[in-house]
Design a protein around this ligand. Structure first.
Ligand code: AP5
Length: 216
C-alpha cells in the first residue's frame, strides 16, 4: 500500500501518519522531518533548507525530490509507504510519478485531510515536537504524560521555529498557492479521498483505516 497524506499545515498529517505506521506496519516518510533531521545535524542540505523553512517557504523542488527519492530507495520502503508533506507542488507530484514508475510502484490513494483555518492556527500554536524522534504533541489536545517529555522515547519536547504566528500565516498562504492545486491534480487522477480532519485524533484515524479497508 502506498499512501499520500495531503492537507494544510497543522491538519494532522504527521499525527495520523504515525498512527497509520503503527496500524499498517508501513514506514512514515515526512519531507519536513527529513529536512529537520538534516538541520539538526547541520548538513549542507539542512543549511540550504533552513533558508526556506524559517520563512515558511517551500524548499526548491529538485532538492526535495532528490532527498525523498533517496529515502524511498531504502529497503524498508519496498512493501509500501506513507508519504506525509510530499508531494507539495505539481512538479513534485510529477517527480513522484517518475520515481514510482522507475521503481515499478503504483500510488494507491491520496487522502486530503481538511479542517477550518482557525483550527489549524490553534493546533500549530500549541504544538510541541520531540527533538529526538519528532513525535508531535499538543499542549491541550494531545499532551504527553509528563510535561515536556516524549512518551515514545523520553526525548525533550520543543516548539518548532516555524510555528510562530507570522510564519504560520505565511505557510498557510504558501499552501493555498502551491499545494492546494494538487487536490485537483489527484482528483483528476482518480486517487483522491477527502477525510474530515476536524474531529478527534482517534476518529480521524478510524476514518482513514475504514477508507483504506475499502480499497482492498
Ligand atoms: P512540514 O514539517 O511538512 O510541515 P507542514 O506540512 O506545514 O505540516 P505540519 O507538520 O505543520 O502539520 P501536520 O499536518 O503534520 O500536523 P501535526 O500532525 O503535527 O514542513 C515544514 C517546512 O519544511 C515547510 O514549510 C517547507 O519549508 C519544508 N518542506 C517540507 N516538505 C516540503 C516539500 N515537500 N517541498 C518543499 N518544502 C518542504 O498536528 C499539528 C498539531 O495539532 C499537533 O500539535 C497535534 O498534536 C495536533 N492535532 C493533530 N490532529 C489533531 C486533532 N484531530 N485534533 C486536535 N489536535 C490535533
Amino acid at each position: 500500500m502506498r499512501i499520500v497524506l495531503l492537507g494544510p499545515p497543522g491538519v494532522g498529517k504527521g499525527t495520523q501518519a504515525d498512527r497509520l505506521e503503527n496500524e499498517l506496519g508501513l514506514p512514515h516518510i515526512a519531507s519536513g522531518d527529513l529536512f529537520r533531521e538534516n538541520l539538526g545535524k547541520d548538513t549542507p542540505l539542512g543549511r540550504q533548507a533552513r533558508e526556506y523553512m524559517d520563512k515558511g517557504e517551500l524548499v526548491p523542488d529538485d532538492v526535495t525530490i532528490a532527498m525523498v527519492q533517496a529515502r524511498l530507495d531504502a529497503p524498508d520502503c519496498a512493501q509500501g509507504v506513507i508519504l506525509d508533506g510530499f508531494p507539495r507542488t505539481v512538479a513534485q507530484a510529477e517527480g513522484l510519478k517518475k520515481v514510482f514508475s522507475e521503481f515499478g510502484w503504483e500510488l494507491d490513494v491520496v487522502f486530503n485531510i481538511t479542517a477550518p483555518e482557525e483550527e489549524l492556527v490553534s493546533r500549530l500554536s500549541g504544538r510541541r515536537i520531540c527533538r529526538n524522534c519528532q513525535t508531535p504533541y499538543h499542549v491541550r489536545f494531545n499532551p504527553p504524560e509528563e510535561e515536556g517529555v516524549c512518551d515514545v522515547c523520553g526525548g525533550k519536547l520543543y516548539q518548532r521555529e516555524d510555528d510562530k504566528p507570522e510564519t504560520v500565516r505565511k505557510r498557510l498562504q504558501v499552501y493555498q498557492k502551491q499545494t492546494a492545486p494538487l487536490i485537483d491534480y489527484y482528483r483528476k487522477a482518480g486517487l483522491l479521498q477527502v477525510i474530515d480532519g476536524d474531529q478527534g485524533i482517534a476518529v480521524v484515524t478510524r476514518s482513514l483505516l475504514e477508507a483504506i479497508g475499502g480499497l482492498a
